[in-house]
Design a binder for this molecule. Structure first.
Ligand SMILES: [Zn+2]
Length: 529
């Protein structure tokens, strides 16, 4: 009896534990429980069903084990396809399924099984292998839990609040935070991209937005920019032994703005995003157009047969692909308009668009642009085929985004009972000539030159808004204007900080308008304008 121990179940458990150990600093391990339970349940059902037919536990075990093994094997094969044939990856990925199916039929066939002289020995051997594998994963997981608990009370990017803030007011407007990732300031688009943005800016102004002209972003990477915006404060540098992921993620997921507004009776609303730091998981209302999978489950389905299947047959699995990227973007633009009616009462709404940021997936009319590279979200001067290709893609996508954003804003304003506060902002500027190198960053002027547009009904001309306003002061201004918070404004500064330099934050406030590292196409100098 002991030799027919169901080792496929050990194997499946080891695979799940492996995924948990990999993601433990970013994702709560509890998120894996549903997957583990479902997989073990399915494994058992399959095992017992098979046993009824073959009447041989050893063969049933082996057959289920091979299925799990081939499922694991799919991942590196599919990755190889994606890297070598990104444009055909979906169809090749699907073609791989019957191919592995055929291999499975061969290795689990009765013919081959008869070939095995001592099945008991094979079972014993696989028991040993799977048990060892599981033990190894348990140790890894233990280490992960230990590191997690050690860093739990560690340093986070935002220091604790020193003053108590109470939000009190009668108006209580809805607040919309719309981030257009990498959207540059008007003069940056004009000088570097040869792109005249005045129609869009005029459109925002017509809708009651204030648009400063001498503004800069506070940070040059999304994580830092968002942590600072949400907590209306500058960030302290990371230091060991705290976990870097938690250091930067905690201040976003449990941010001051959401907490204060929630305490003041607001409903917090977040849209699903591609990245952990472009969405807020524990918002009161979490809006998504994909299946209600948790982060662990979504991540576990990456590079499985479900990825190409979801792409072709629109299964709505949030795997990181161009298809998901486009669908999610379109969904968010459309759904924004319906939020005023769908969510009753005062609300803070967060929609983060990874646009006009690369990858450039839409042309100006919203048509799908073909891609030559596997899906990734990296953004710097090396992103596409050099600066000129970056600019070309950027111009197309930004034109598309402009139209979509104005439509969404019109919907939000029309459906809101109280005139809403709306921020439309690039978390930083674009990067056709910028690299993530603190000592040689390229064009800092481009990267810190972000779009900033704030609609603050009733406060357009009372001095609350000013030409150098930066993201860090956004919630200070909003809380002062409507909730009597009397928060002091901070100096509008800019810093180079990036995940590549964890412990270093470099002040570039005094050099951010220098054009060092900025080669203007056509040789025009923006300072001359
Ligand atoms: Zn960004």
């Amino acid at each position: 009896m002991k030799r027919i121990f169901p080792y496929p179940l050990l194997f499946v458990t080891a695979i799940v534990f492996d995924r948990v150990a990999i993601s433990i600093t970013q994702i709560d391990p509890e998120q894996s429980l549903r997957s583990l339970f479902v997989l073990l349940f399915l494994g058992m059902v399959a095992l017992f069903t098979l046993q009824r037919f073959v009447k041989d536990w050893q063969r049933a075990d082996f057959t289920i084990f091979m299925a799990a093994l081939l499922f694991v094997l799919y991942k590196p094969l599919y990755r190889t396809i994606v890297w070598n044939f990104p444009q055909q990856a979906d169809y090749l990925g699907i073609a791989l399924i019957p191919l592995l199916g055929w291999l499975y039929a061969v290795v689990t066939s009765r013919k081959l099984w008869r070939f095995i002289r001592k099945p008991a020995q094979l079972t014993y051997y696989l028991n040993l292998v799977c048990a060892t594998l599981l033990m190894f994963q348990v140790v890894r997981l233990g280490e992960g839990f230990y590191a997690r608990s050690a860093s739990k009370n560690g340093l986070t990017a935002v220091p604790a609040l020193t003053e108590e803030i109470r939000l009190e007011g009668d108006t209580r407007p809805d607040i919309y935070i719309i981030i257009l990732d990498g959207y540059g300031r008007r003069d940056v688009l004009q000088s570097i991209y040869g792109y005249d943005n005045s129609e869009f800016i005029g459109g925002l102004e017509k809708r009651g937005f204030y648009i400063p002209t001498k503004n800069h972003s506070n940070y040059i990477q999304t994580t830092y920019a968002m942590a600072s915006l949400w907590n209306f404060d500058y960030l302290q540098p990371w230091a060991p032994p705290s976990d870097y992921g938690q250091y930067i993620l905690q201040p976003i997921q449990n941010n001051r703005a959401f907490e204060l507004l929630h305490d003041a009776g607001y409903t917090t609303v977040s849209f699903e995003g591609a990245l952990s730091y472009t969405q807020i998981y524990n918002a009161d209302v979490y809006l998504t157009n994909s299946l209600p999978l948790n982060k662990f489950e979504a991540l576990s389905l990456v590079d499985t047969p479900l990825e190409p299947l979801s792409n072709i047959f629109d299964l709505k699995i949030p795997v990181p692909t161009y298809k998901t990227h486009r669908t999610r973007t379109l969904y968010k633009f459309d759904a924004l308009k319906t939020v005023p009616n769908a969510v009753p009462g005062p609300k803070i709404v967060y929609a983060h668009f990874l646009m006009p940021h690369p990858p450039f997936v839409f042309d100006r009319y919203g048509a799908v642009l073909p891609q030559r590279q596997p899906y990734k979200l990296w953004d710097d001067s090396e992103t596409a085929g050099g600066a000129e290709e970056y600019r070309q893609g950027y111009r197309e996508q930004v034109t598309f985004v402009n139209g979509k954003v104005l439509q969404a804003i019109d919907g939000v304003i029309a459906n809101s009972k109280t005139p809403p506060v709306i921020l439309v902002m690039g978390d930083h500027g674009p990067a056709s000539m910028f690299h993530f190198d603190i000592d040689a960053p390229g064009c800092v002027w481009e990267r810190t030159g972000n779009l900033y547009a704030l609609r603050l009904p009733g406060h357009l001309n009372d001095g609350a808004l000013y030409p150098t306003i930066s993201p860090v002061n956004t919630f200070r201004v909003i809380f002062n204007a409507y909730f009597g918070a009397e928060l002091p404004l901070l100096e509008d500064r800019s810093y180079l900080a990036a995940s590549q330099y964890k412990a270093e934050i470099k002040d570039v406030t005094n050099s951010r308008d220098s054009l060092a590292g900025c080669a203007m196409p056509g040789g025009q100098n923006p300072a001359d304008e």
